[in-house]
Design a protein around this ligand. Structure first.
Ligand code: ADP
Ligand code: NI
Length: 214
């Protein structure tokens, strides 16, 4: 656990200027969510969970060259004295946990990985999730809403990143509303209930206002 401050400093250096919803506020909330989930899963390795929370977006292919970022991260973790097993445990989590990595079939994750994935996915839903989707959509110049464009089904990773046919509202149907059923732990599923209801209410109100009904 004494290595965590150095890990937080590494993630901070990498992501402090992020303006796509993967910045320090996101990492802080993911770590905070993970601490809640850890209370229900005391057998999980707290250090691995928290380290992976802080590092999970430092190798994201949307934000950086993943191969280069991974070798730099490995070298850093070795340099601060993590064991080979700890490095492997962290890398296995952060390379397998993303929504896109799990689009065409679920990847097997360790218990620690399941907690980190849940903690990250909880931060993609609810009120925070609404703001992050709108923020990300703005950053990528997505259309806000177009009732003629239907949400896409059976998305491949390539299609998921193809934003010409995407709308911010469709992203709720293509990803955000699906998350509650994809969470690993009971504790996360319970936390997701309220967030799911909030998103459904938001979408209903949005469409009513769009259609001049409210
Ligand atoms: P992952 O890193 O797990 O693959 P994403 O990159 O899909 O996850 O999502 C990271 C954040 O960006 C999430 O909050 C997500 O909702 C948002 N996001 C991703 N794609 C879109 C999109 N096409 N439109 C709006 N928001 C998006
Ligand atoms: Ni994340």
């Amino acid at each position: 656990m004494d290595k965590l401050p150095q890990i937080i400093a590494y993630a901070t250096a990498k992501l402090k200027n992020d303006k796509t919803g993967h910045g320090l506020d996101h990492l802080t909330r993911v770590a905070q969510n993970a601490k809640l989930l850890l209370k229900e899963e005391p057998q999980a390795d707290t250090f691995i969970v928290l380290a992976a929370c802080w590092l999970h977006d430092t190798i994201d292919e949307k934000l950086t060259d993943p191969k280069q970022a991974q070798s730099q991260l490995k070298a850093f973790l070795k340099q601060i004295g993590l064991t080979e097993a700890q490095i492997q445990a962290i890398l296995a989590i952060i390379t397998q946990m993303s929504f896109t990595r799990n689009l065409n079939g679920r990847q097997k994750l360790s218990l620690e990985g399941q907690l980190v994935q849940d903690a990250d996915w909880l931060d993609a839903i609810g009120a925070i999730g609404c703001v992050r989707a709108i923020y990300y959509g703005g950053a990528h110049r997505e259309t806000i809403y177009d009732p003629k464009i239907k949400p896409r089904t059976n998305l491949t990773k390539e299609a998921y990143r193809q934003l010409e046919d995407e709308t911010i509202i469709n992203h709720f149907y293509e990803k955000l509303l699906k998350i509650a059923d994809m969470l690993n732990t009971q504790a996360a599923k319970e936390l997701a209930q309220k967030r799911q209801k909030f998103m459904l209410a938001f979408l209903e109100e949005f469409k009513n206002e769009w259609n001049g009904l409210s």
